[in-house]
Design a protein around this ligand. Structure first.
Ligand code: CUA
Length: 338
């Protein structure tokens, strides 16, 4: 929607954009309708019931049950419609489809760092194929940022020490704005970038052109090796530690009786501060890795642990990726690639 080339509304370029806009316009229409209605009544009433001579006194009104019910029930119905509709859109925007491809993003004063599942890295740029649901797992290396793509109607805070996700399915090729929407320091206003949506063929061509870095799964495998994680976390449970094969997304009972789902946030905490939540049957013997592994490294380790599904450890890796990863990251895998 453009008025004198002054864009009032961002382009709608994702699968949820229509739903978000419809809800927004409904709320806007309801507000406009009642604002107008009230304004009109104010005008009518002040003409109709104006004081006609200085001694005039108003009627004493004792209330009306009917009126009170009407002005309670109508707003109740409207707000419940907004609530139900809003909840439906909210759950859609918060629940990535199961076939979503996972990308990683890190916010940092003052840039966005993105890594593709194939290993490609970008800074302040994100290339995606059209028509493919994409899930971005986001965290921050310093302060709170907010990942915002207006054209996709997605926005989510990006927090240090926690993973948040946004997902979208771009429906139109083109280049769109990427913003940081949380004041995060002096150069917050410059923490901007672009999202380029491409036809799948063009995207593949772009991938082929760009030199991939080590894919997160392979990089995670190399870190797993480097920190000798396998000595305790083998293919089967050992005395020292549980196996990590196929645990991702599944619940575990802790020593204190609680049950937790072993998702990204749990794994991150358990790598950095293992004593926080120890799986029942094991001692708090694992050393903490806080300060030793970068956020990127932790994301890679989690990507690797996630890949330890039904397949065996080596089969989970692309051809030769583990060897390549060892060679490429051998000396400083914990150091964040910039
Ligand atoms: Cu990052 Cu504002």
């Amino acid at each position: 929607m453009k008025v004198f080339d002054f864009p009032l509304f961002p382009e709608a370029a994702s699968s949820v954009a229509g739903d978000v806009d419809a809800l927004y316009f409904f709320a806007l229409a309801v507000s406009a309708f009642f604002s107008l209605l009230i304004a009109v009544f104010i005008f009518i009433f002040f003409v109709q019931y104006r004081r006609r001579h200085s001694a005039e006194v108003g009627d004493v009104i004792h209330g009306s049950m009917l009126l009170e019910i009407v002005w309670s029930v109508i707003p109740l119905v409207i707000t419940m419609v907004l609530f139900g509709w809003g909840a439906k859109v909210y759950f859609t925007t918060q629940t990535p489809p199961s076939d979503a491809v996972e990308y990683f993003g890190t916010g940092k004063q003052w840039m966005w760092k993105i890594q593709h599942p194939e290993g490609h890295r970008e800074i302040n740029r994100l290339h995606v194929p059209v028509g493919q649901p994409i899930k971005l797992t986001l965290t921050s290396e310093d302060v709170i940022h907010s990942f915002y793509i207006p054209a996709f109607r997605v926005k989510n805070d990006v927090l240090p020490g926690r993973y948040t996700t946004v997902w979208f399915e771009a429906t139109k090729t083109g280049t769109y704005h990427l913003f940081c929407a949380e004041y995060c320091g002096t150069e917050h206003a410059r923490m901007v970038g672009s999202v380029t949506v491409m036809e799948p063929d063009a995207y593949q061509a772009w991938l082929d052109e760009e030199a991939p870095e080590t894919a997160p799964v392979a990089a995670g495998a190399a870190l797993f090796e480097q920190y000798v994680c396998h000595s305790c976390h083998g293919e089967t449970a050992s005395e020292r530690g549980p196996t990590l094969d196929g645990i991702f997304g599944h619940p575990a009972q802790l020593t204190d009786g609680r049950t937790v789902v072993r998702d990204g946030n749990y794994l991150r905490e358990s790598i950095l501060r293992p004593a926080a939540k120890v799986v029942a049957g094991y001692g708090a013997t694992m050393p903490p890795y806080q300060g030793q592994i970068s956020e990127t490294g932790v994301l890679q380790l989690i990507a690797y642990i996630k890949s330890l599904g039904d397949e065996t450890r080596t089969a989970a890796l692309p051809n030769g990726a583990l060897a390549a990863a060892r060679g490429e990251t051998g000396t400083s895998p914990g150091v964040d690639a910039r």
